[in-house]
Design a protein around this ligand. Structure first.
Ligand code: ADP
Ligand code: MG
Length: 481
């Protein structure tokens, strides 16, 4: 029932007075000079000053900047401007800083003249504090997830990405900006991509946990289309009744590579043992066969048409013998008997020896650099150098130049072997040091593997590059004496 005697609020001074008295907000009016005329209970609660203390005083005592800071506000109100929800900081009686949101308006007399100002002030300190706290929490949380080595991806119940940390950016090649709002399926290759929605729905409906709290190995899909093995663990949390999932992804590539290398090494070690046994068993009979064939060859009448056949047999037997020597060297790489080696002299001697070989007939050799001493086993280093020089000559098909430069250093010396051959295509370069990898019809594919093993046994190294302009550049390092 409408009550006819109920006063109309906008016309009843008592009603307005009650409103001002009981509101939580501060309601303050001033004259044109900024002196307080009225000060309600709300203002008293906010600032700690009583109405008695404030009426007649200028409002500038609430301003952190003193009188000067108050003048522009007053000027704007005097000009009839309306101030709407302005956030400001004021000083309470006890010195506390109070965050307020204020609305201000001019007070006019009957003729419309501006005679003062009225402000409604709300204390927003608590809200500010919780904003700050939230910001701090957010910043702390962000710092933690961004410093994590593992990728962290937060999704909502529909699988839409809400956070994507630095490691995730590195792992998948997307920026967080690109990924926010996109579905997490983007990071999965088929068929997981299609199955994922089903997983999520089933979990939400049945609570059946297939991954949450368990973790498992899955495959990730990068922006460039490549995939990577990852270990995924998922956590769930709720805010305001809404579920979110945090996925932590650990890149398994390095572990897989390590396992692969370990498997390779184990396989190689077994192969090596077997090769060593077989080689030993073959070596002696082979020598006997070679001797017998040579005896038969010696008995052939001069000009016999079987003579070239015998020669060919001996050549094949020699090649077989070389393979067996390589196999043994590779399978049972000897420990270097370290002494002082003059590396320049060793290089010159090795080249001198090879120059007698017909395959070096069209090869020019050039040796330059200092003559430092190294710590090594001259016999084994000769094998390394021979392998490199023969590779160069074979690559150049017997025609070109091999340049050897020695660059001495404090603790290691470098030996550069550069040829003018065709160089090495990138797909071959990856496999150079793989045992038995060869591009030659009669190669063993063991030369570089042996070279690397021998150099590493010396505490040295070998690297092969194929510069733009063609040719191959092998860099060997050896410890200085
Ligand atoms: P092999 O000489 O028996 O083939 P290596 O281990 O010595 O085995 O070399 C492996 C492969 O590396 C060679 O078959 C060749 O394709 C490549 N290679 C090595 N040295 C050179 C070079 N100087 N120039 C071009 N290719 C080379
Ligand atoms: Mg070789």
């Amino acid at each position: 029932m409408p009550n006819d005697t109920f006063p109309s609020p906008d016309t009843t001074p008592a009603f307005l007075a009650a409103l001002v008295e009981y509101t939580d907000d501060g309601v303050v009016s001033t004259d044109l000079s900024g002196k307080v005329r009225t000060w309600n209970a709300g203002a008293e609660r906010i600032f700690g000053y009583t109405s008695k203390e404030m009426v007649g005083r200028t409002l500038s005592i609430l301003m952190p900047g003193g009188t000067g800071a108050f003048t522009p506000v007053l000027d704007r109100l005097r000009a009839g401007e309306q101030l709407d929800r302005i956030e400001a900081v004021r000083i309470a009686k006890d010195g506390r800083l109070v965050h307020v949101s204020l609305m201000g308006t001019a007070v006019r007399d009957g003729n419309g003249q501006v005679v003062g100002a009225l402000a409604v002030i709300r204390d927003i300190s608590a809200q500010k504090r919780s904003d700050l706290q939230r910001e701090a929490t957010e910043a702390r949380w962000r710092a933690i997830i961004d410093s994590a080595v593992d990728a962290i991806v937060v999704i909502d119940v529909r699988g839409r990405i809400e956070a994507f940390n630095r490691s995730a950016e590195r792992m998948f090649g997307y920026t967080e900006e690109e990924m926010i709002g996109r579905t997490v399926n983007t990071l999965m290759p088929s068929p997981y991509r299609e199955e994922h929605d089903g997983y999520l729905m089933r979990y939400l409906h049945t609570g059946e946990q297939r991954i949450i709290g368990i973790g498992r190995e899955v495959t990730g899909l990068r922006k460039d289309g490549s995939t990577l093995p990852v270990h995924l663990s998922v956590g769930e949390w709720q805010v305001g009744g809404e579920r979110h999932f945090t996925g932590i992804l650990h890149d398994l590539t390095p572990r897989m590579q390590l396992e692969e290398r370990l498997r390779e090494q184990t396989a190689l070690a077994r192969l090596g043992e077997m090769a060593a046994v077989i080689a030993h068993e073959i070596k002696n009979p082979l020598a006997a066969v070679r001797g017998a064939i040579q005896v038969i060859g010696g008995r052939l009448p001069a000009g016999s048409k079987d003579a070239p056949v015998v020669k060919e047999i001996v050549a094949r037997l020699d090649a077989l013998n070389d393979l067996i020597k390589d196999l043994l060297l590779f399978a049972r790489t000897p420990q270097p008997r370290v002494g002082s080696v003059a590396v320049l002299a060793l290089i010159q001697m090795t080249l001198e020896l090879l120059s007698k070989d017909p395959s070096f007939a069209g090869v020019r050799t050039l040796v330059a650099g200092d003559a430092p001493l190294i710590k090594g086993d001259a016999e084994l280093l000769k094998i390394v150098l021979q392998n490199l020089f023969i590779n160069a000559a074979q690559a150049m098909q017997g025609h070109g130049e091999i340049r050897v430069t020695i660059v001495p250093g404090d603790t290691i010396h470098e030996v550069h072997v550069i040829d003018t051959g065709p160089g090495i295509p990138s797909d071959v370069r990856e496999k150079l040091f793989r045992p038995f990898f060869t591009t030659k019809s009669r190669g063993t594919g063991l030369g570089l593997s042996i070279a690397r093993r021998l150099l590493e046994a010396h505490g040295g190294s070998i690297a092969v590059a194929s510069p733009e302009g063609g040719g191959t550049h092998v860099t060997v390092t050896l410890p200085a004496l």
